[in-house]
Design a protein around this ligand. Structure first.
Ligand code: ATP
Ligand code: MG
Ligand code: MG
Length: 546
């Protein structure tokens, strides 16, 4: 299942196992609970879990909850739900960085004791200034040479809550002249008087990502700590902490390219903004690239896994065409989705030579290519509805569907011929008067007609709302600074007054359906027997703008 297109990390692990450097392969997926998971996270999940499985090791789910200012229980719950939805679990380990706060604190004290950490009283601004740039070295903080004793006392007071936010930080004492800016005395603890979802108000200081991450890996016995490329420059720091602390194991960090998809933004910061500013209905808006959004749209988790595996893992950042994801979705849905009839923009058709009150039950296969899907009954009557677009009063050359005087087949039913067009006062076509050929019931009457169209009959139709989704962003690479400019104002199209065949009303939530000739649909979370609502998961084939 984990067969990836290419994956250089697999090669590294295989060789570590072969040389005996690694005895048990342990990976982790370490989301920060400051938002919902998106497709980028799916790449990390699939990669970490599948590699652990492949090498008979284990993968931990670790909530990286070191910044209570942005983290919430709601996000922790959503992350767990979405990991499960994607097909993974945490049977092999569910951890929270906050479980290790006491140990991390002890290790920070250790650095203080060996003279490798100091308390800095400078403001965040002065610390940033002092750090220098890529081309200029940093300069030492005036507090860098504090005694071990003074540092130990101040750090203890930081923990005790004696300082205001930002008043003091603990920094590792490494090298302010290092060519790697990350090694210029990075901040490892900051004062933050905030309530933490799990530890409440027990702590007034919180570790930085860099200080927490590798040490958490070491505590959990992680062998291969996989992260995205922007952390490559942090690796020397990751190693420095492990070299200078009495950690129980020696993890190693490897970096891979972030997943990027055209017309999509995979950044929690930006997705948070979209939700906060009401640009979308919520984290699970079906247009969102979040796992919750994809689920709500009806995307099967297997399609996400196949997509991720197909993209592969490399060290070069690149953009994947969003059509690749759509194709993966269609491939899975085509295999799985029972067929149904639904008319999105109904046009009434009266079949004049069909007795009023007569109802015929027709057998329709649920899947044209897979008889194990069985059949269902669709009911035919004098009044049926077809798609407005399937009728042209003055058809252009090449239009082969219904037109005055023309005969087409109604799918699974009869051949019908249009004789009359009824219009309203505004000249709009509101009804067609047709006749049917009683000898042409599906399969019979071998006359060749230009088209077969879908329909629902008045006796078999349920009203529904249908939501069509396009790309959230019109630009291939949306501007992260001016989101509004690149948002497509037409990304959601709501159709009311649609008609779906009766069977659809009792298809369960979560079931993917193909509305024939229309696309793949599923019940929206809002759908209920009193008001059916369907989301279009994907169209039948690639079309410009989706
Ligand atoms: P974002 O920038 O969206 O906030 P993040 O990396 O800060 O993402 P985390 O919750 O810290 O979010 O990420 C958990 C894991 O998912 C990390 O290991 C991270 O590298 C990985 N990850 C996040 N985004 C992507 C992406 N686009 N492609 C691959 N992996 C990703
Ligand atoms: Mg992060
Ligand atoms: Mg982030």
């Amino acid at each position: 299942a984990g067969a990836s297109a290419s994956n250089f990390i697999r090669g590294i692990i295989a060789s570590d196992v072969e040389t005996g450097r690694t005895r048990v392969v342990v990976t982790r997926f370490p989301p920060e609970p400051n938002g919902f998971l998106h497709l980028g996270h799916a790449k990390s999940i699939v990669l970490n879990y599948e590699l652990a499985k492949e090498f008979c090791g284990r993968c931990n789910l670790r909530l990286d909850d070191t910044n209570p200012a942005k983290e919430r229980v709601e996000y922790i719950d959503a992350i767990k739900r979405d990991v499960q939805w994607l097909g993974f679990d945490w049977a092999q380990g569910l951890h929270f960085a906050s479980d290790y706060f006491e140990q991390l604190y002890a290790w920070a004290c250790h650095l203080v004791r060996i003279g490798k950490a100091y308390v800095d009283d400078q403001s965040a601004h002065d610390i940033r200034e002092g750090r220098g740039t890529l081309t200029s070295p940093g300069r030492n903080s005036p507090f860098r040479d504090r005694s071990v004793k003074e540092n130990a006392e101040l750090f203890a007071r930081m923990r005790a809550g004696e300082f205001r936010n930002g008043e003091r930080v603990l920094r590792a004492k490494i090298d302010m002249a290092s060519a790697n800016v990350n090694l210029r005395d990075p901040v490892i603890y900051r004062v933050l008087n905030a309530s933490h979802p799990r530890t409440g108000t027990a702590w007034h200081i919180y570790p930085s990502y860099d200080f927490a991450h590798g040490q958490c890996d070491a505590i959990e016995g992680v062998s291969h700590s996989l992260c995205t490329l922007e952390f490559e420059d942090h690796r020397p720091l990751y190693d420095w902490f492990l070299d200078n602390l009495p950690v129980p194991s020696r993890p190693r960090q490897y970096e891979f390219a972030r997943l990027g998809i055209t017309h999509t933004v995979l950044s929690k910061r930006v997705l948070t903004e979209l939700v906060r500013d009401g640009r979308v209905a919520g984290w699970d808006d079906p247009r969102m690239p979040t796992l919750a959004g994809l689920r709500r749209r009806g995307v099967p988790p297997e399609a996400v896994r196949r997509f991720i595996c197909g993209v592969g893992v490399s060290k070069a950042n690149s953009m994947v065409d969003d059509g690749v994801l759509d194709a993966a979705i269609r491939n899975v849905l085509n295999e799985r989705a029972p067929r149904r009839l639904a008319v999105l923009k109904p046009l009434k058709v009266t079949i004049e030579n069909y007795y009023a009150g007569r109802i015929e039950e027709l057998d329709a296969p649920n899947h044209p290519a897979n008889p194990t899907f069985g059949t269902r009954v669709v009911r035919f009557s004098r009044e049926v509805y077809i798609e407005q677009d399937d009728f042209h009063e003055a058809p252009s050359y090449g239009f082969r569907r219904l037109a005055p005087g023309r005969e087409v087949r109604l799918r699974y039913a009869y051949l019908v011929t249009c004789h009359d067009v009824v219009k309203d006062a505004a000249g709009r076509v509101v009804e067609l008067r047709c006749t049917y050929d009683p000898d042409s019931r599906s399969g019979a009457g071998g006359r060749k007609v230009g088209a077969t169209i879908h329909w629902v009959s008045a006796v078999d139709a349920l009203p529904a709302e249908v939501r069509l989704y396009g790309r959230l962003f019109s630009a291939a690479s949306p501007s992260l600074t001016d989101l509004a400019a690149d948002l497509d104002p037409h990304s959601l199209q709501t159709l009311s007054g649609c008609l779906v065949e009766r069977a659809t009303g009792s298809d369960p939530h979560g079931q993917a359906l193909q509305f024939e000739r229309q696309g793949y649909f599923t019940h929206d979370d809002d759908s209920c027997p009193e008001k059916l609502v369907f989301n279009r998961t994907a169209s039948l084939r690639e079309s410009p703008g989706k």
